[in-house]
Each structure stands twice: as structure tokens, then as C-alpha cells.
Design a protein around this ligand. Sequence first.
Ligand code: BDR
Ligand code: CA
Length: 328
Amino acid sequence: MAKRKLILDVDTGTDDAVAVMLAALHPALDLVGCTTVNGNVEVQYCTDNTLRVLDHVGRSDIPVYEGLARPLVRPDFPIPRAVNDLAGQIHGRTLSVPPSGRRKADVGAVEFLIETYRNTTDEITLVPVAPLTNIATALTLYPKLIERVPEIVIMGGGHEVGNITPSAEFNIWGDPEAASIVFAAKFRKITMVPLDATHRALVSYDDCENLRALGTPAGTAAAEFIGHRIQAHDAIQRMAVAGTTPVHDAVCVGYLVDPAIITTRRHRVAVETSGTLTVGRTVIDTHFRGGGEPQCDVAFDADAGRFIALLLETFGKSPRHLAECHYE
Ligand code: BDR
Ligand code: CA
């Protein structure tokens, strides 16, 4: 079977880090590159963290392209951030893996996205798991992107639940105008993985111990990052089950190799950019009241067991074993 190619747009970040490792190590995936953007931490830290994580799991061959440092319209939104704000506590600034021995790519993220999609005949899935600033900018400069991307899989939004405000999820709130552009664009297929789904795939301390017991760089790092998330969530944003955390971004990558990890319904989705209380809210027309054509496959549920099994299976294989797998 041919590998599925993807580009991950990240603001690494503890859950982005698990997504990066899953995409870099799963034998059915071909991670063409990572692009970084302002989000959980300032973009230069996102880039540094992404390089660290890739090097740590033996994938220094995957390039990292640095993207935009500010949201499209709001110069101070959501920065400056306090180191001890919500994102600060859940992610920290620098991930606890050794520094990378290499540099980011010379080309910027937006240029890389445009040139890659302009020149390729391959189907490359685009997976943004961060504020959508890079993607909206690439779309504005190169509108044909919508035809070139076979599927865009977005971690973002929430229907029943927000995390940065009662109404909004962080990635959409982080650049609402960019998100509005991306959801309104006529991509061939948009899959949206909101909090409603990621909060159904909770990972526990026991799961962390199982990951650590794998004894691989990825297993140990995942246990570290996820354990840190559980501590922070228990302290400031407790999940329905104490001692657990969502690992949002990795659910999107999991879906690429095991679509049954999420359950979707098709709806119209738009983004609120002006509401005082609701800015950054994804308005999901669950009852078809707005008359707009549904354009988005929205995940409302996720299968925690399948997701955790995938992490264990993928991170349990040493890089050498993975290299020996043939998925042609
Ligand atoms: C999203 O926001 C970020 O903090 C996480 O990395 C994830 O992409 C969850 O709301
Ligand atoms: Ca993220």
C-alpha cells in the first residue's frame, strides 16, 4: 500500500509533539514537512520544539518551515502571553527533549505550502493543528490551493465545549479571521476535529506508564508530554475523568491511518469573528437551520481505545523496525 503523504501545520506544544511523532513514525504515513505558526508559544519556540521532537525520534530528515508570528488581523491577539497562562501551563515553552542539532529550512512556511502544492502531482493531505494563519495566507496568495489539497483535517473548534473561552477553542480563537477564511474556502474535503471529539479520546496516567514501558524514545517522550498535560489539566481545566487529558492534535493524525478513531457528521460550519462573548466560536449548524450547504465532516465522537492502541503500537517500534516495514 502506498504511504499517505501529509503536511502538519503545528504550534508545538505538548499535544502537537505527539502528533508529530505519530506522523513521523507511522509506517503508513509519509510526513513531507512540518510548518510552524504562532500559537501555544511564540513561533520560534514552536519551530525549535518541532525540530527537537523530530530529531529525538530519529527523523532529522523531515524539514521544518517556520511560519507567521502574528495572527492575520489582531496584532496582540493572543500575544503577548504570560508564561503561566493556560497554554503556558499545559505546554511550557520548551519541550523536555534535547536541543536539535539542525536549523529550520531557509524557505518560509507559506512559500513552502504554495510551492509544494503548485508543483506536486501527489495527493498530500494538509493537517493544521494550530491557528490557521499560515493556511489562510497561503490560500489568499494561491487560491488554487483548494483544488490541490485532497483533504484538510483541522484540529479546532468546539460545539458543546470551549477551552480558551466558554465559546471558543484555542486554535480558532487564536486567529478567528484566518479560520473564517479557511472554513469558507471550497476545499474538496474538510474534516474538522473539535474538542467534542478530542475530549472523548482521553489518555490516562496508566496509559502513560504503558507508553514509558515501551522503552523507545517516542514512548518515553509521549509519556513525559502527556503526563505533563494531565497534571496541568487536573490543576486548571479538569476533564470529565480526573487524571486524564486530551491529546487533541494526535487524534487528527490517528484518523489518517484509522478513520474509525473518529465519528463524523456533515454540517455547515462558520466562524464568529466579531461577537464580544463569542469571538472564535465555530458555529456548527447541527440542525440545518441556516440553509447553507454542509461543507464539513465534523467529528463529535472519538474511540479512546483505538487511539491509545495506535499510539502504543506506533511508538513501540524502534526506528530501525519501522524502516524495515514495506508499505509500497
Ligand atoms: C488546541 O490548542 C492548542 O493548545 C493545542 O495544541 C491544540 O492544537 C486545543 O484546543
Ligand atoms: Ca496545536
